[in-house]
Design a protein around this ligand. Structure first.
Ligand SMILES: Nc1ncnc2c1ncn2[C@@H]1O[C@H](COP(=O)(O)OP(=O)(O)O)[C@@H](O)[C@H]1O
Ligand SMILES: [Mg+2]
Length: 440
């Protein structure tokens, strides 16, 4: 665009220069011709010295003719430098300055022994005439230039519209918005590109949906499996261990009637069964957060934070929830619980903080989760990718929410999740189609 404008400006300048140059040449030629003609006329019309002087006086009294100045001077006197023409020319100064010849043509005729007639060209009239002719041409050039520029800009602008739209659509794709589609374009080449683009976007859209469905499915299977395992551990292993303990305790209750060594073995069985039972309970807690199914998210989180507090007395943990969290359906609650669980584990494992704040709040239209620690922090752009942070992001993405990780070295870490209530309160397992954005 700039190149075209410059090129046109150069053509305009060249044309203007040509016009002015021609005007200048015309003025010079015209003046030379006038001076020569007037000189010849005066010379031929003056025959004798006596009548010459009288005629010259008359001519010189007229003084200024069109294009010429006539003056009678003493022979020894130098020629006057120009006319004393009071009429100002109507050409603008810049134009006069451009085309006024440097040396004005002049002719000096000897009249009688002591006088001379000086004929000097007066450029002002010529310049005024040249201006009359030239200004129309110059104006036409400028109008032509502006009109061409306007047309070129308009055409370029029109031609660039599809390019701009394609560019914007590609940027949207880059940001994960696969729902974008391009309209049809009148130019077949662009229309072809648009069709290909739409095809690609539709394929990406479908792939993303499928990917989301699979992720959702696999997370659900994982959680279901964990829950089944926890139940089996509780129902089968837990019951059996209790029975073993009860039997061993029954043996011990027989007291002295036992053969030697049996009491010790029974004691050992009670102790080992107790340890396995404790281990099993621990595994059950990890597999399925206690209370989540029966008491809801708030109680489950409170339990969890309290239990982590017991094993990390050097850190102060503060949990703030609210009763409304009971409204969050279990399939959603489990994702929120896992997020808090991982964020808390990360803070305790990597951050060495003095204080961790956990806040979960169900507002009218959103569920907000915040886990803030004052530990050593890390650079979210350059962290060693683990499964924890990406797992969190994936869960929140599936809920149609946004996960934000703010952290700086020595300035603690803040994990913030914002989940639309539509998905937080949605029916069992239904995940909002809204695309989640993860910004670190
Ligand atoms: N609260 C935190 N404080 C300090 N560093 C953290 C915190 N959370 C995460 N990180 C850093 O981010 C990395 C990735 O975390 P994550 O994805 O959970 O993987 P993992 O915990 O298995 O290392 C961690 O190794 C750690 O360096
Ligand atoms: Mg982790």
């Amino acid at each position: 665009m700039i190149a075209v404008t410059l090129l046109l400006a150069m053509i305009l300048c060249a044309a203007a220069w040509l016009v002015i140059h021609n005007a200048q040449r015309a003025v010079t030629e015209e003046m030379q011709a006038s001076v020569a003609l007037a000189g010849d006329l005066v010379e031929n019309s003056i025959r004798s010295d006596s009548e010459a002087l009288a005629a010259a006086r008359r001519l010189s009294d007229i003084g200024h003719l069109r294009h010429l100045c006539l003056s009678l001077v003493a022979r020894t006197e130098p020629s006057p430098t120009g006319c004393t023409n009071d009429e100002t020319t109507e050409a603008p100064d810049w134009f006069s300055a451009l085309i006024r010849p440097e040396a004005l043509p002049e002719r000096r005729l000897a009249i009688a022994p002591d006088y001379a007639m000086v004929i000097v060209a007066d450029p002002d009239d010529e310049i005024a005439e040249a201006w009359q002719d030239t200004r129309g041409l110059l104006a036409l050039l400028v109008v032509f230039y502006l009109a061409t520029i306007a047309v070129v800009y308009r055409l370029f602008g029109r031609a660039l519209v599809p390019v701009r739209r394609i560019d914007a659509a590609l940027a949207r794709i880059e940001h994960g918005d696969y729902a974008i589609r391009l309209p049809r374009f009148s130019l077949p080449e662009f229309d072809g590109i648009a069709a290909q683009f739409n095809h690609m976007a539709a394929a990406l859209d479908a792939a993303q949906r499928e990917n989301r469905r699979l992720r959702e499915h696999s997370l659900r299977i994982q959680e279901d499996e964990r829950r089944n395992l926890a139940r089996e551990l509780h129902d089968e292993l837990g019951q059996s261990l209790t029975a073993i303990r009860a039997d061993a305790a029954g043996i011990l209750a027989r007291g002295e009637k036992l053969p030697p060594g049996v009491a010790e073995s029974a004691e050992a069985i009670v102790a080992v069964a107790g340890r396995i039972y404790d281990q099993t309970r621990l595994m059950m807690r990890r597999l399925r957060p206690p209370g989540l199914d029966e008491l809801g998210l708030d109680a489950a989180l409170e339990n969890h934070v309290a239990s982590r507090q017991r094993s990390h007395r050097e850190v102060s943990l503060v949990y703030t929830g609210n009763d409304r969290l009971a409204d969050v359906p279990t399939p959603i609650a489990i994702h929120v619980f896992r997020l808090v669980q991982e964020a808390l584990t990360n803070a305790l494992r990597h951050g060495a903080p003095a204080h961790i704040d956990i806040t979960v709040d169900l507002e009218t239209d959103r569920l907000q989760v915040d886990v803030r620690d004052d530990g050593r922090g890390f650079d979210p752009q350059a962290y060693r990718p683990g499964l924890g942070l990406s797992g969190m992001a994936e869960r929140i993405d599936l809920l149609g929410g946004r996960l934000q990780v703010d952290s700086r070295h020595h300035h603690g870490t803040h994990i913030h999740a914002d989940i639309p209530r539509a998905s937080a309160a949605s029916a069992k397992g239904r995940i909002s189609p809204e695309i989640g954005k993860i910004s670190h």
